[in-house]
Write a protein that binds this ligand. Structure first.
Ligand code: SF4
Length: 451
């Protein structure tokens, strides 16, 4: 059962030294209880307390880190069944499959596309994360050679090695150095040897079952043997079976604290359909229902982009709006006589307003004031976008050093604060801009500095 902050505090050394980057032990205990801090961050807590607190505060779906450095990927860490209950923590990883029986040109093409497709959306860079390397026919040399190729050609990829042959796994993993691949191949016949190999190499292990019951047996054995970092494959290769297994696994882990299923799942849409469009649809369903990783047969822009957008939607915190940083944003190369506009830091507002300014071809300075992600009117109503706060921000922002005029264009929805703002910013002329961003291009084209 989860521990409260006070119960955790009783087990802390209470030095209030701040070495955990949190000023007091009480605040640290509260954060650990809320799953926002790791107990290991306190260097003074005893091993016994660490174990007790760590186990009690661990999420029901274990957080698994694959890879290292730039190629690190995190799966799991989930605590709830539905996003509105809290939030989903770590986005589903998107992997592309390369197999040891594919010719060089095919593999090269997949890796080139894996490297090439990258998108920026609301300030977030999005791309596929993982390459799954599959040993199709037990040919160890071919499997190792393919692994080497992926390491060289896809430096940002986190690797998944797929084989049930322990020797082939060992040889391929040896090529990965510190990139810590997922060793996906423990089954009911080899779980002990694969588990030992994963422990020896300090890599996460993938446990596979022929069905959910068989997986529970394999993963239960591994949990009992002390294996901690695992990703599980229920063996389902139809949408219906994979969907049902994912739901059963999540429910059993979250509601019943059932350890053998308390790990992120890996699913294989690439083995559920021949048509890329159908494969993408299956992947999108499984992303929405708890898949930790989806493996695709290839990466194409028209398949990847909608999946990444879905991922962005599902894995943002519903209680925290997306924001951009408070700052001065130059749009289109503004100069000292360019207009100065101000708006809130709700990222959607920022991207719409900056997009309209860009479209107007009138270079401008865009001031973004921190409103904790609230939109213009909501922020004003909440007291976060009032005349006094805007004036403070304008004065400290440094915009006065960038322009020779003193005119500030405020959103049309803030027309009522014009007088108040003129009092706060006595040197500035306050101009009311349009209410809708769509009217900005026409407004800016007619704009001339007032003074
Ligand atoms: Fe307390 Fe440990 Fe944090 Fe120091 S490092 S404030 S002792 S929790």
């Amino acid at each position: 059962m989860a521990l409260t902050g006070i119960q955790i505090l009783k087990m802390l050394p209470k030095k209030n030294c701040g070495e955990c980057d949190i000023p007091t032990c009480l605040a640290f205990a509260m954060k650990v209880a809320a799953g926002q801090a790791e107990i290991d961050t306190c260097p003074y807590v005893s091993d016994e307390a660490k174990q007790t607190i760590g186990e009690a505060s661990a999420p029901p779906i274990r957080t698994i880190k694959l890879g290292s450095g730039d190629s690190a990927f995190t799966a799991g860490g989930e605590t709830c069944l539905f996003r509105h209950e809290k939030r989903f923590e770590n986005p589903t990883g998107i992997a592309v499959l390369v197999s040891s029986n594919e010719d060089d040109a095919k593999v090269d093409g997949k890796l080139d596309r894996f490297n090439a497709f990258e998108y920026e959306r609301v300030g977030v860079m999005m791309s596929a994360d993982l390459v799954a390397v599959k040993d199709v026919d037990g040919n160890g040399d071919a499997f190792t050679g393919l692994t080497k190729k992926v390491i060289e050609k896809a430096p940002k990829a986190t690797l998944i090695l797929i084989t049930d042959n322990v020797d082939n796994m060992k040889a391929a993993a040896a090529e990965c150095g510190d990139r810590k691949p997922l060793l996906l191949g423990a089954n009911s016949d080899n779980w002990q040897a694969m588990g030992d190999l994963a422990k020896e190499l300090d890599c996460p292990l993938g446990a596979r079952g022929s069905n959910l019951d068989n997986l529970v047996e394999v993963s239960g054995n591994l949990v009992e043997s002390g294996m901690k970092d695992m990703i599980i494959d229920t063996g389902a290769r139809t949408l219906r079976a994979a969907f049902e297994d994912n739901v059963v696994a999540r429910r059993a882990a979250v509601k019943e604290k059932f350890k053998p299923l308390g790990f992120p799942t890996i699913t294989f849409p690439c083995e559920m359909a021949d048509d890329p469009m159908m494969e993408a649809m299956i992947a999108s369903v499984l992303m929405a229902k708890y898949a930790g990783i989806v493996v695709l047969s290839d990466i194409q822009g028209d398949i990847l982009f909608p999946l990444l957008l879905e991922q962005l939607n599902i894995f943002t915190d519903p209680q925290r709006p997306m924001v951009v940083q408070e700052d001065i944003y130059p749009v289109g190369g503004p100069e000292e006589d360019s207009p100065v506009l101000i708006t809130c830091n709700f990222s959607l507002t920022y991207f719409i307003v900056s997009g309209e300014i860009e479209g107007s071809k009138v270079p401008s300075w865009l001031l973004i004031k921190d409103t904790e992600g609230l939109s213009v009117l909501t922020a004003w109503a909440a007291g976060k976008f009032g005349a006094d706060l805007i004036a403070q921000f304008v004065n400290k922002s440094g915009i006065a050093d960038k322009v020779k005029h003193r005119e500030l264009i405020i959103p049309g929805y803030l027309a009522t604060i014009k007088g108040e703002l003129e009092e706060e910013l006595a040197d500035w002329t306050i101009t009311i801009g349009p209410r809708e961003a769509g009217h900005l291009p026409a407004f800016l084209k007619d704009w001339k500095p007032a003074k």
